[in-house]
Write a protein that binds this ligand. Structure first.
Ligand SMILES: Nc1nc2c(ncn2[C@@H]2O[C@H](COP(=O)(O)OP(=O)(O)OP(=O)(O)O)[C@@H](O)[C@H]2O)c(=O)[nH]1
Ligand SMILES: [Mg+2]
Length: 311
């Protein structure tokens, strides 16, 4: 995982410590760093920002010893990357869901309504939305939280059966309508079902789409309006390379994003996708997908990530 980003930073630190640094040689070193970051999926605007901040910190400082350079560079990198990755407490989703359940139990005791926690999943084709929903239902089931899996992908052949199978395997409820049904009304029905049956969590699966498909983006806005989710989670594939910036921007602008899940990091040797995703969406990465099994979903810890990529 992330080997290339790791070796990029390692190489950068080596260059810094082996040379007599002048302003000119520093520019060259930072330019190399910027290029290597971009090659490893860090969006160009982020790579630029990192390089500019490093330059500002290193130039003009009367740094006499190379070890000071090294320390300043590492501290700066750590700070810049943490700032990009950390928007809020990364464990807030789980807390909110557990708190909602507590609140609902109180509500019922006081003859008030039950309000399930609703999550809408969005993302491009094949990014891992459906699998991630099953993983989350499984994770929360183990914590005593019941889920309803909602087949609001009424578009792709096989999508409904795929989600149904997952629901059976992870022991979750399942709501669907025939193919071609309005995805927003499937979501609406599922939420009513969850209210009536006192289910804790409603996980709405949607068809993969791209921003260029105006009709499908309008449909997504409608699902969002009708379901009024507590969280809109963008699911993207760590291997999507340059497409990531465009995809994340389009979903953010059209619907809004409250959190991200980055999948397939088990197969990601580059590592820059997490930085790019958080930078573009300005929303936290909540989990990363680390494989195809139900247990392969790990809470994302910015400190763990940084310790993994910095020397
Ligand atoms: N290695 C690996 N594979 C994953 C991960 N998450 C999902 N996959 C695989 O990616 C493929 C696509 O996953 P789906 O969950 O069907 O993706 P989707 O976003 O629902 O796809 P559409 O509904 O067609 O848009 C499947 O083969 C999954 O097993 C992950 O974290 N790691
Ligand atoms: Mg799917």
């Amino acid at each position: 995982m992330f080997e290339k980003l790791k070796s990029t930073f390692k190489g950068f630190m080596r260059q810094l410590t082996q040379k007599e640094i002048t302003e000119e040689s520093l520019s060259k070193i930072l330019w190399d760093l910027e290029l290597n970051l971009v090659t490893n999926d860090v969006a160009s605007q982020v790579a630029r920002e990192i390089s500019l901040i490093l330059k500002e910190k290193l130039v003009g400082k009367m740094v006499r010893r190379l070890t000071d350079y090294r320390k300043i560079a590492l501290d700066t990198l750590r700070k810049v990357i943490i700032n990009i990755l950390k928007y809020e407490d990364q464990t807030s989703l789980e807390k909110e869901i557990l708190q909602r359940k507590e609140q609902n139990i109180t509500n019922i005791a006081e003859s008030k309504s039950w309000y399930p926690y609703i999550i809408l999943f969005l993302g491009p084709n094949g990014s891992g939305k459906t699998t991630t929903i099953a993983k989350l239902a499984w994770k929360f089931k183990k914590k005593g939280i019941s889920s309803v899996l909602v087949a609001s992908d009424t578009f792709r052949a096989g999508a409904i059966e795929q989600l149904k199978k997952h629901a059976e395997r992870v022991g979750a409820s399942f709501i669907s309508r025939p193919y071609g049904s309005d995805p927003a009304s499937v979501a609406y029905d599922a939420i009513n079902h969850a209210k009536a049956r006192r289910k804790d969590l409603v996980l709405i699966d949607t068809a993969g789409r791209l921003g260029t498909n105006v009709d499908l983006m309008e449909e997504m806005k409608k699902i969002n309006r009708v379901s009024k989710p507590d969280k809109r989670i963008l699911v993207v594939d760590a291997l999507s390379g340059n497409d990531l910036v465009v995809q994340a921007t389009e979903f953010k602008n059209a619907v809004g994003i409250d959190g991200n899940i980055l999948t397939k990091v088990d197969a990601d040797v580059k590592g820059g996708a997490a930085i790019t995703l958080a930078y573009i969406t300005k929303a936290p990465i909540l989990y990363v997908g680390t494989g195809q099994n139900y247990d392969d979903l790990t809470p994302f810890d910015p400190k763990w990530f940084i310790n993994n990529i910095l020397p």
